[in-house]
Design a protein around this ligand. Structure first.
Ligand code: SAH
Ligand code: SF4
Length: 412
């Protein structure tokens, strides 16, 4: 099913007129520092700021309110000043698609910045399973890396996401699937997003896990992704356990240890090949950080233990990396690293240069891996009918010229 929500396409050639087009900046998704700065900007005295940040935090991240009016322990006068200067907007939904298997994919439009010809778009995916619900979020618009099997890689980076745009994906998903603990307390909604009958009160969490496996290379947007995950894991708000947050990287080696020290979530590595010559083609960042260096960084990952294993992702490409010799090489390569192996059936996209391995071959490959002691490693493709599966994400954001991208961090 495809559900297209009411959305007005951004006029492509309209010249922005500051007073009309500048929307109020949103507070939804900001960290404590961002909220404190926003309060300072409207004249809240410094001695009050900590307390006010605490109040905002609870409303935004424990209750998920979408209106300042709902913040009943904040004076009317201050609520008025907040509402005059700021919004609680989430990223704007362009489309919401619901797969036959319950997977939902949102195409989201972000506010346009000064140099951007039109508003950039990203995708977020919710994958419900019997024992968990996983939200797959994006960290960048597009990706600077060009993994040859990945749809996102065909889209050049437009820019890094802000902290509020990363956290905003979680808020929006919880809005859409009715996943706030005290839904009835959320107050008068000021947007149209509450009309949906799917949004029933729920005392149980639907989104239990977060994976940074959407568009982008999260370790190339290090600070913003880190700060966003600190908001997501704050026990006074969204309260996701760091054990239920997984960052997936193509292998930005210098940032792996730093991520462990500063964010301390679970880690997944997009390995996909057991030899450098093949990995150079599939995951070209390998030319910069080859397999041996990548695995050394994994061995040194802070907090690594049998209870906290690294997940190695391995996409199954027919005739490319799926021989049983490669299965054995994979097992040998990971010896001594507390690891899980995730075999991902390749998800094709229009024009993709590979085919998914035959199911029998995936099973044979999995058997070698299983015999080496790694349990149930094949990831069932989800949401394929709506191109929501791994590596199928690609928004139509405009590709900027190199000179225009100068401000977009593209990693070291
Ligand atoms: N940039 C990060 C995270 C986003 S990609 C990374 O590369 O790890 C999330 C996962 O989907 C990665 O393991 C990636 O290799 C995998 N992937 C990409 N394209 C895919 C495709 N077409 N089919 C299956 N998996 C894919
Ligand atoms: Fe970027 Fe990851 Fe896709 Fe590679 S697999 S192009 S790193 S999003």
């Amino acid at each position: 099913m495809v559900l297209v929500l009411d959305s007005t396409p951004a006029p492509e050639n309209a010249a922005p007129t500051a007073a009309v087009t500048a929307p109020r900046p949103t507070l939804a998704g900001l960290g404590r520092e961002g909220l404190a700065a926003a309060l300072a900007a409207i004249g809240v005295p410094e001695r009050q700021r900590r307390m006010r940040v605490g109040q905002l935090w609870t409303w935004l991240y424990a209750h998920g309110v979408t209106s300042f009016d709902a913040m009943t322990d904040i004076s009317k006068e201050l609520r008025g000043r907040l509402a005059a200067a700021y919004s609680l907007d989430r990223p704007e939904i362009v489309t919401e698609q619901i797969s036959a298997d319950g997977t939902r994919k949102w195409l989201l439009r972000l506010p346009r910045r000064g140099h951007e010809a039109r508003a950039p778009e990203i995708e977020t995916v919710y994958i419900p399973e019997s024992d968990r619900g996983t939200l797959c979020i994006s960290s960048q618009v597009g990706c600077t890396l060009n993994c040859s099997f990945c749809h996102t890689g065909t889209q050049r980076l437009v820019r890094n996401l802000e902290v509020s745009e990363i956290v905003g994906q979680i808020l929006l998903a919880r809005d859409r699937i009715g996943d706030w603990p005290n839904f009835a307390d959320r107050g008068a909604p000021d947007g149209a997003e509450i009309k949906d009958t799917h949004l029933l009160p729920s005392s149980e969490r639907k989104i239990t896990n977060i994976v940074l496996m959407g568009m982008g290379e999260p370790l190339y947007n290090f600070e913003n992704v880190r700060d966003a995950m600190l908001v997501a894991s704050d026990s006074g708000g969204l309260a996701f356990s760091k054990r239920r947050i997984t960052l997936s990287t193509s292998g930005v080696v210098p940032n792996i240890a730093r991520w462990g020290e500063e964010a301390d979530t679970m880690l997944a590595i997009s390995l996909h090949a057991t030899r450098d010559d093949l990995r150079d083609v599939l995951v070209p960042i390998n030319k910069k950080y080859p397999i041996a260096e990548l695995l050394a960084a994994c061995r040194a990952y802070p907090g690594l233990s049998n209870a906290r294993r690294i997940t190695f992702e391995y996409v199954m490409l027919k005739g490319v990396n799926d021989s049983l010799a490669e299965a054995r090489a994979l097992v040998r390569l990971l010896a001594g690293i507390p690891a899980k192996i995730n075999l991902i059936p390749f998800n094709p996209w229009p024009g993709s240069p590979y085919e998914c391995s035959d199911w029998e071959q995936i099973e044979r490959f999995a058997e070698v891996v299983n015999r080496a002691g790694y349990a149930s490693p094949v990831r069932t493709p989800r949401g394929r009918d709506i191109l929501a599966a791994c590596g199928q994400l690609k928004s139509e954001s405009i590709k900027l010229r190199a000179s225009q991208r100068a401000t977009a961090a593209e990693g070291p």
